[in-house]
Design a protein around this ligand. Structure first.
Ligand code: NAD
Ligand code: MG
Length: 393
């Protein structure tokens, strides 16, 4: 470890983003030291990572697994458990970079803790911003925290903005941004057959290898909807300034259209190690281990307008931004429950969008006040969505 190496905290180290982050860190032992890792319940995987990367702290967020994990690794590191400790490792004085790789609203509090401590936050956990974007962006500004998006589209936009750009500000001199979307596995599938889609089919993404929740979100295009909301908060833009182009090859990761007519894009292989290496290495460019894009060998690059009727979740996200306040948090909570029910084979693929829409219509809109209000709302909406799942089962 050199004097200039950065101490990294990895939230969700046992997941797909966690694995890609650790794969880059492994290539640069002189540049990074893993200070702390977290995982929810996979004790053996956490223990294996702890032995390999030797962090000082390991947090298991499901406290019921604490004793089992402690038995395996407490000689080698400090083992902690629960949501409070998850937030605490984000505020360690020695932490330089926090990688937010937890899936879902469970990542909101550690994300908030990171920005309140003025840390540099490498953000993959889009649900935290969908749920609490207003609070996260304000806390980041108030405490001088820097947010670097890891989601490939948002990282692409970030790379196409000037070096001096800070997330939370509206970029200067732009006309709009364009988020690209692969279209997911069902872009060309006949909508009348959507009811028969299985979780396995939905999780088999044509271009990206990801966790199961985001894979289903990519199949419904809810992922792109959540990403419009994510872009709305990160880049301080209205939904009118955020377009979506379906680009089945996933080579152009997104674009910034400037007022002079210039369009800047970031291209690369569809490999999350590229945006993650960008965030970890900033301001340097470091090797990611990804293959270099060769446009001579790429297929034609195609772009299509999104189909809002076939994929109604995309329209729900736009409605939520326009409604403002708690509506984005409501959509996020409903979607987490409906996707989980689909993955457990309790409801059909098309019921995901129906439940999300019905919950949005049935929930009163309010302004965002504080984190306690959001946590309560999140719990209430989840309970309502679980009831609704029973009707669709
Ligand atoms: P994943 O399911 O592979 O991993 C999720 C991680 O979160 C695991 O470490 C798990 O232990 C942890 N976790 C799950 N539930 C938790 C809880 N209740 N409390 C605390 N920790 C919990 O998911 P992923 O694909 O790595 O996605 C992580 C986040 O990154 C998501 O928000 C996703 O939308 C975003 N993202 C992922 C990709 C990708 O390629 N995988 C790309 C862009 C954005
Ligand atoms: Mg993305």
């Amino acid at each position: 470890m050199t004097q200039n190496s950065k101490n990294v905290v990895i939230l969700g180290a046992t997941g797909s983003i966690g694995a890609s982050t650790l794969a880059i860190i492994e290539q640069h032992p002189d540049k990074f030291k893993v200070l702390a890792i977290s995982g929810h319940s996979n004790v053996n995987k956490l223990a294996e990572l702890a032995r390999q990367f030797k962090p000082k702290f390991v947090v298991i967020s499901d406290s019921s697994q604490y004793t089992q994990l402690s038995r395996l690794i407490s000689d080698e590191c400090t083992v902690l458990a629960g949501a409070h400790e998850l937030a605490a490792i984000c505020q360690l004085d020695s932490a330089d970079l926090i990688v937010a790789g937890i899936v879902g609203a469970a990542g909101m509090q550690p994300v908030l803790a990171s920005v309140k401590a003025g840390k540099t936050l490498l953000l993959a956990n889009k649900e935290a911003l969908v749920l609490a974007g207003e609070l996260v962006m304000k806390a980041a500004k108030d405490n001088g925290a820097k947010i670097i998006p890891l989601d490939s589209e948002h990282n692409a936009i970030y790379q196409c903005l000037p070096d001096s750009y800070q997330c939370g500000n509206t970029p200067r001199n732009i006309d709009k941004i364009i988020l690209t979307a692969s279209g997911g596995p069902f872009w060309n599938r006949e909508a009348s057959t959507f009811d028969g889609i299985s979780p396995e089919e939905a999780c088999a993404h044509p271009n990206w290898d990801m966790g199961r929740k985001i894979s289903v979100d990519s199949a419904t295009l809810m992922n792109k909807g959540l990403e419009i909301i994510e872009a709305h908060w990160l880049f301080n833009l209205s939904d009118d300034d955020i377009d979506v182009h379906v680009h089945p090859q996933s080579i152009v990761h997104s674009m910034v259209c400037y007022q002079d007519g210039s369009v800047l894009a970031q291209l690369g292989e569809p490999d999350m190690r590229i945006p993650i290496a960008n965030g970890l290495g900033m301001p340097e460019r470091i090797a990611s281990g990804a293959n270099m894009l060769n446009l001579l060998q790429s297929q034609d690059l195609q772009f299509f307008p999104p189909d809002y009727e076939k994929f109604p979740c995309l329209a729900l996200a736009k409605e939520a931004i326009q409604a403002g306040g708690t509506s984005m948090a409501v959509l996020n909570a409903a979607n987490e429950i409906s996707v989980d029910a689909f993955l457990k084979k309790s409801i059909s693929f098309t019921s995901i969008a129906k439940i999300n829409a019905e919950i949005m219509n049935n929930t009163a809109l309010a302004g965002i006040e504080n984190v306690e209000q959001l946590l309560q709302l999140d719990a209430e909406v989840r309970a309502n969505a679980r009831q609704m799942v029973k009707h669709y089962a």
